[in-house]
Design a protein. Structure first.
Length: 101
């Protein structure tokens, strides 16, 4: 039953994404909107980082693994400018240090 729910959720998620890709493929985005879309990935990354570093009450709750992951991700982002590499390096160092400590 759980496997069926997971499969149906995956199919529904894929269908919704595919629908918008195919429905909007005929149109071109205005240059202003295209420029604004460049900031979506960094904004989402910042929201994820902030939610990881704070408690629900808003207090800062960062340990050594979190700080190491942030520093590593920031350095990789600065050097490469690649979001995927930055995410991979940050999460890798976070998990490794968390496992070692």
């Amino acid at each position: 039953m759980i496997a069926l729910a997971i499969i149906l959720t995956g199919i529904g998620s894929y269908t919704l994404r595919a629908f918008f890709i195919f429905a909007l493929s005929r149109y071109t985005f205005p240059p202003l909107l295209s420029k604004a879309l460049e900031y979506v990935a960094p904004t989402v990354m910042a929201a994820l980082v902030i939610s990881m570093l704070t408690t629900p009450e808003g207090a800062l709750d960062a340990g050594r693994p979190e700080a190491a992951g942030l520093i590593c991700a920031a350095l990789v982002a600065k050097v490469t400018g690649n979001h995927i590499l930055s995410l991979t390096a940050g999460m890798g160092s976070f998990w490794l240090l968390g496992w070692l400590l």
